[in-house]
Design a protein around this ligand. Structure first.
Ligand SMILES: [Zn+2]
Length: 213
């Protein structure tokens, strides 16, 4: 898929980044990411992904609450299922990001059900910090599950916005084939990013343990 002239103009800031380029922008435009989250972080991530050209569709059965209007949602979207609200607002924000075929990954607020194609990006927290956990197709499903199982829902407010922004960026990097296959970041108020060491599933832990003498 070659970029059209209007797309080159629209995404020029991303295309100029060495890590993205024209080929990378084509990768960002291909495949629909499912977004499952009606909080500040999930909706922020959806808005940034759509703005960057990635098709976005809603997942799950959640309905938007009174906190939803902001970057992406209008007051008239309150009370709508997320799937319906995204189908309305995403093409209005960026026609390129209207949902197309399946097979483009999942970004969800915790707790969430994980299935389907990678990349997977989880937005969560531990009550004080926000967390972003991710895996590419090469990352262990069980280590990812073990890591997100110990996290709660993501924070609201500015920290939630920051988590959603970082989550969208992480998702885009995985789409471009960048970064480790499995990893995470803590976001600590007021704005410090720290490494989040993923937990190991029993199988990976056994494989990585030093062999007995
Ligand atoms: Zn594992």
């Amino acid at each position: 898929m070659a970029l059209r002239e209007d797309q080159i103009v629209r995404y020029s800031r991303q295309i100029l980044l060495r890590e993205v380029g024209g080929r990378g922008q084509e990768a960002l435009l291909a495949g629909t990411v499912r977004v499952d989250g009606i909080g500040v972080s999930g909706l922020t991530a959806a808005a940034y992904l759509a703005g960057g050209g990635t098709p976005v569709a809603g997942a799950g059965s959640l309905t938007l609450g009174p906190w939803a209007p902001g970057f992406l949602m209008a007051p008239s979207d309150v009370g709508l299922p997320l799937t319906e609200a995204l189908a309305r607002e995403v093409p209005a924000l960026n026609p390129d990001a209207a949902a197309t075929g399946p097979g483009g990954g999942l970004l969800a607020e915790l707790p969430a059900a994980w299935s389907g194609d990678a990349p997977w990006v989880a937005l969560g927290g531990d009550g004080m910090r926000a967390a972003v956990v991710f895996r590419s197709a090469e990352g262990c499903v069980w280590c990812f599950g073990e890591t997100v199982r110990h996290l709660g829902s993501p924070p609201d407010g500015a920290l939630g916005v920051a988590a959603g922004t970082l989550g969208a960026l992480v998702f885009q990097r995985l789409r471009l084939g960048l970064g480790p296959a499995l990893g995470g970041r803590w976001l600590v108020p007021p704005g410090v990013v720290e490494a989040l060491e993923p937990r190991r599933c029993a199988r990976c832990a056994a494989r990585e343990a030093p062999s007995a003498p």
